[in-house]
Design a protein around this ligand. Structure first.
Ligand code: NAD
Length: 335
């Protein structure tokens, strides 16, 4: 039996996690869950946001399913999400954005994959005020050749394995000549090893506009940390919002699966959060541990329920009164 570390998260986390676990268990795949709290809940209980026993559990199991964790803005503790990615060197953030029939959105048949570098650049945590008066602040973004090579390698290998037609390298090398320039240079050289994949590059501002105007021209998108964070939310917007956007954080040993969205404090505790993104992330987890058939069943069941549009939360159908758990139950019935 597989043992997986489970972090429910906060805000809408516990509700959508309960829904996701029920769906996984309904597939018949046997998983032993090691439940641990992190973030705000861990501060209440253990006085620190990421206690050592949580890290040990993930280290031992190599796989984690994580609900969203709130990060205080400006003040307070640093992001536990970022800390976990750094702790386990989860250098790949894989965020697929796929259209579902039945979801109101400006585009149909979108099938994009954002491969975001997850450990470097502006998320490295090298930032400070320059003086006690806070008259200026600086954040240093470090991009390394090794860091660029491994994320670009992952993107090209992903494209090859999944027979994707193109890889677009996104950067701002016209202004960030060194960090952006290094990333682009590594990518262009590596592209020569993948002649069957059409490789191109775009400057981030142009890329954002083109994704909104004509997303079908793109396929796999690989980029540095901050741009990847923003573009993956943009891509979920193309397919109808954050409610159905899953993500995986992958390293050499550990993989952690979660929704792209955050803890949504505005709707927490109301049983109206869409559990779809975390359920789709659970399917990614199952595929990762070799449960391909159960993963496929979950994805098909989500697609069926969303297409029918009756048992979906109100973000997908504004007239709906269906709650988080009812949507999960409809997915279970469709498995
Ligand atoms: P958010 O993703 O939590 O919410 C953005 C908007 O989308 C809100 O209107 C919210 O109600 C809606 N939304 C999000 N998930 C939804 C769902 N499942 N169903 C229906 N509607 C949903 O972004 P935010 O408000 O900017 O961030 C809230 C907190 O989450 C912050 O502390 C942020 O740092 C944190 N966060 C955590 C993660 C993570 O754990 N990986 C990711 C992003 C943000």
């Amino acid at each position: 039996m597989n043992t997986v570390t489970l972090i429910p998260g906060d805000g809408i986390g516990p509700e959508i996690m309960e829904a996701a676990v029920r769906v996984i268990e309904a597939t018949g795949v046997k998983i032993e869950w090691e439940r641990h709290v992190a973030g705000l809940a861990a501060i209440d209980q253990y006085k620190e946001p990421l206690p050592a026993h949580v890290i040990e559990s993930i280290q031992r199991n190599s796989v984690a399913l994580k609900g969203p964790l709130t990060t205080p803005v400006g003040i307070g503790f640093r992001s536990v999400n970022v800390a976990l990615r750094k702790e386990f060197d989860l250098y790949v953030n894989l965020r697929p954005a796929k259209s579902f029939e039945g979801v109101a959105s400006n585009w149909k048949n979108i099938d994009l994959v954002v491969v975001r570098e997850n450990t470097e650049e502006f998320y490295a945590g090298i930032e400070h005020y320059i003086d006690p008066a806070k008259s200026a602040a600086e954040t240093i973004g470090i991009v390394t050749r090794a860091g660029s090579e491994r994320i670009l390698r992952y993107a090209f290998e992903f494209a090859r394995k999944h027979k994707r037609k193109s890889v677009t390298i996104v950067h701002k090398a016209n202004i960030l000549k060194y960090t952006g320039g290094l990333f682009l240079d590594v990518g262009k050289k590596m592209a020569a090893e993948y002649p069957e994949i059409a490789t191109n590059d775009r400057i981030i501002d142009n890329m954002s506009m083109q994704l909104v105007m004509n997303p079908h021209q793109f396929d796999v998108i690989v980029t540095t940390n901050l741009f990847g964070d923003i573009l993956s939310d943009l891509c979920s917007g193309l397919v109808g919002g954050l409610g159905l956007a899953p993500g995986a954080n992958i390293g050499y040993k550990v993989a952690m699966f979660e929704a792209v969205h955050g803890s949504a404090p505005d709707i927490a505790g109301k049983n109206i959060a869409n559990p779809g993104a975390l359920i789709l992330a659970s399917a990614m987890l199952l595929r990762h541990i070799g449960e391909e058939s159960a993963a496929g069943k979950i994805e098909a069941a989500v697609a069926k329920v969303v297409k029918e549009g009756k048992h979906v939360t109100r973000d997908l159908n504004p007239t709906s009164t269906v709650g988080t758990m009812e949507m999960a139950e409809a997915i279970i019935r469709s498995l």
